[in-house]
Design a protein around this ligand. Sequence first.
Ligand code: PLP
Length: 404
Amino acid sequence: MNISLFGERFGCGCGVAELMQDVGELIARFPDALLLGIGNPAVIPELKDLYRRCAADFFARSTEFDRALACYDDPQGEPKFLKAFATLFRERFGLPITEANVTEASGTQQALFCLLNIIAGEMPDGSHRKILIPASPDYVGYADIGVDPSMFVAAPAKIVYPPDLSAPAPLTMFRYEVDFDAVERVVAQNDVAAILISRPSNPSGCLMKRSDLTRLAQIAERIGAWLIIDSAYGGPFPGIVEDEAELDSVFWTPQTILTYSFSKIGLPGARVGVVVAPEEIIRMLSTASAVVGLAHSGLGQRIARPLFETGEILRVSREIVRPFYCKRRAEAVAVLAEECKRAGANVRIHSPEGTFFLWLWAPDLTISSRRLNDDLKEHKVATITGDTFFFGLSDAEKEMRDPV
Ligand code: PLP
């Protein structure tokens, strides 16, 4: 079959698609398999009840319910939801925004596809602008987003062992931090349109320090780029972070574009992502939404809207979601330490500061992470192979990270 260059992107091995296929195949073979790789949220009973009540209230608002099913929404999103979101972020967190700075999308993944391809890739003058991952590894879901296949460049994160980090024996704890010399080298060699991070990071669980965000924002300002912070797991909602103070304030500068998701707070099926950005970016994203899908489903926004109007979403994040995942994270680290002790395994772990993930590094492993991933499948366990998260690095830099 003849397919376009764009089509070729979907014909073979994209990171995210491979991951979802892997999971599908494993479940078909072993329905009781342990799915440790994908970022599906837990079903938290209090949340399930809350969302059912929100949905019942929405069904009872019969005129609005009928309209939501019978009419296309504005491609920017449901106006009352956009207003509630902007008001909450302006009044509680001081962001200088109105609803003109907010757009909805069918999930953050779809929002980022449009956003990154609008600002980077081939430019009208034939040059190519890049998206910089400033502390690689980062979310594999970005890797194949670029219509321009070489959209990403990356700077490898610096590995540090802060003395105040303690892990249960025999685990050793480390952290990824921004290597600003490496960032400056990449910036000097490329035309960077945006610096992109997931915060906290999928996959490592690293919560980039606010001082590093400030330095990245300064670099972005200096080079005329955006700083895009993907807050799928962060504060103020869903708040899947160890540091509770993260729920009290939102990092923002005029160069910052923020993305949020309903998925990790328990509503991945609603497919709602939100972008906060300058008006001209929002207008382009809305137009892209109209071109790609006319409009988004307004059901999720309408069901959850009262939580934003009342600020209840912040209470839910602080009192239900954050404590749930903090407890689970501590339990998972304890089990891991116990099993490593039993097996005599030398395992390093990234400081678990947020998200659902633990990022492990086994320096004595004599096989590649890909081979380990395949072997684990035979034991009914799905993980994600580490090498997929180092996109944007040179081959030599990748080799240093996954050497076997
Ligand atoms: N960003 C990160 C860091 C993620 O982990 C995910 C999903 O796992 C997404 C974005 C996409 O989320 P969604 O499209 O469900 O909003």
